[in-house]
Design a protein around this ligand. Structure first.
Ligand code: PLP
Length: 374
């Protein structure tokens, strides 16, 4: 049985080209980049090059890039490192932002206001006019439903009101254009393993001139901002993945959109009103399809499709299906949303896989809904 992988928003495979670039840094160039020895300098050169590659993909300068262990750390760093006394975010952020906000409040450091979103998952930019906050954090693309926010407009309004602006773009890189200059953001979060690099590496963009406290203290690596001996091989991999994404994102994005739309169309043609799409119809990541299958649960449906690797939105605890915080924030009816399945396509998805996925899901749906009717 050939596995069909449609969980690229969960994580991506590491690109073969990225592995090739990274391997010598595990095998041969193992020096500590803080030492002056030739081995150390070889590692330093790899790290410097990687920083340039990351910067280039998002239109930043290399000195504005700080490597982290992933998007979670980057998001934690912005919220807890900046530690604003007033902060604004949204109800659909990743838990790495939301949990950090809870800590700000629990420790009495600051108060956090969460902006609501509409039924498509969009934030209304006017909500930021005159906002009283030290920091506004709004994700560019939502990992569950794919909705894209108008970051340039949101950042402009936040900065007009005197707030710094952060955006989590972990899901955006390699799928759509990301440009920190055009967007006018102060901070941007990146993740390696959503971009065909390994897990455990990410980066935070910090606009030049913005003062930020270090989050991890120690021997002063990453220009004193993020201590700990650098994970050179993984940083090199992230750099290579960014370079690859720079060359490929337009073509990849267009291809994923064609395949995603095809999959959506096939499901809608076969199942009509029994499927309901989550997220914005157009302002959405080109690879993401979050579908509610009415009258069943996502878990029951996927259980009938063992060759399909996808994810369910809601979680089931003790037999009770709970909507994810994202679907709940969109106002999805829990009876409908319990049937949510997230299908996220990627660079390696084929036409044949899309066809097989559609027919497999339709057959499985017919079976489980018949079972449900008893
Ligand atoms: N932010 C978003 C939008 C994500 O989708 C994820 C991963 O699912 C993260 C942050 C956290 O990334 P990581 O697990 O690499 O730290």
């Amino acid at each position: 049985m050939n596995l069909i992988y449609l969980d690229y928003n969960g994580t991506t495979p590491v690109d073969a080209e990225v592995v090739e670039v990274m391997l010598p840094y595990l095998r041969d160039h193992y020096g500590n980049p803080s030492t002056k020895s030739p081995l150390g300098q070889k590692a330093r050169a790899g790290l410097d090059r990687a920083r340039e590659q990351v910067a280039e993909l998002i239109n930043a300068s290399p000195e504005e890039i700080y490597f982290t262990s992933g998007a979670t750390e980057a998001n934690n760093w912005v919220v807890l490192g900046l530690a604003p006394t007033q902060m604004v975010t949204t109800t659909i952020e990743h838990p790495s932002v939301l949990r950090a906000c809870e800590r700000l409040e629990a420790q009495g450091i600051g108060t956090v206001r969460k902006l609501p979103v509409d039924a498509h998952g969009c934030v209304r930019p006017e909500q930021l006019d005159g906002v009283a906050a030290g920091l506004v954090s709004i994700m560019h693309s939502n990992n569950e439903v794919g909705t894209l926010q108008p970051i340039a407009e949101l950042a402009a309004r936040a900065r007009q009101a005197g707030a710094l602006f952060h955006s989590d773009a972990a899901q955006s890189l390699g799928k759509v254009e990301v440009d920190v200059q055009a967007w006018g953001v102060d901070f941007l979060t990146l993740a390696g393993h959503k971009l065909y690099a390994p897990k455990g590496i990410g980066a935070l963009y910090v606009r030049k001139g913005v003062r930020m406290d270090p989050y991890i203290l120690g021997a002063g690596q990453e220009r004193g901002q993020r201590s700990g001996t650098e994970n050179v091989a993984l940083a090199v991999a992230l750099g290579a993945a960014c370079e690859l994404a720079g060359r490929r994102w337009r073509e990849d994005g267009a291809r994923m959109r064609r395949l995603r739309d095809e999959l959506q169309q096939r499901l809608q043609n076969e199942l009509g009103e029994r499927v309901l799409i989550n997220g914005h119809p157009e302002q959405r990541l080109p690879n993401t399809l979050s579908v509610n299958f009415r009258g069943t649960t996502g878990a029951a449906l996927l259980q009938e499709c063992p060759q399909l690797a996808a994810s369910t939105g809601p979680a089931c605890h003790d037999g009770v299906v709970r909507l994810s915080h994202v679907l709940a924030a969109l106002g999805v009816d829990p009876e409908v949303g319990k049937g949510a399945v997230r299908l996220s396509l990627g660079r390696l998805t084929t036409d044949q896989e899309v066809e097989t996925t559609a027919s497999t899901l339709v057959a499985a749906y017919r079976k489980v809904s018949l079972l449900a009717q008893g």
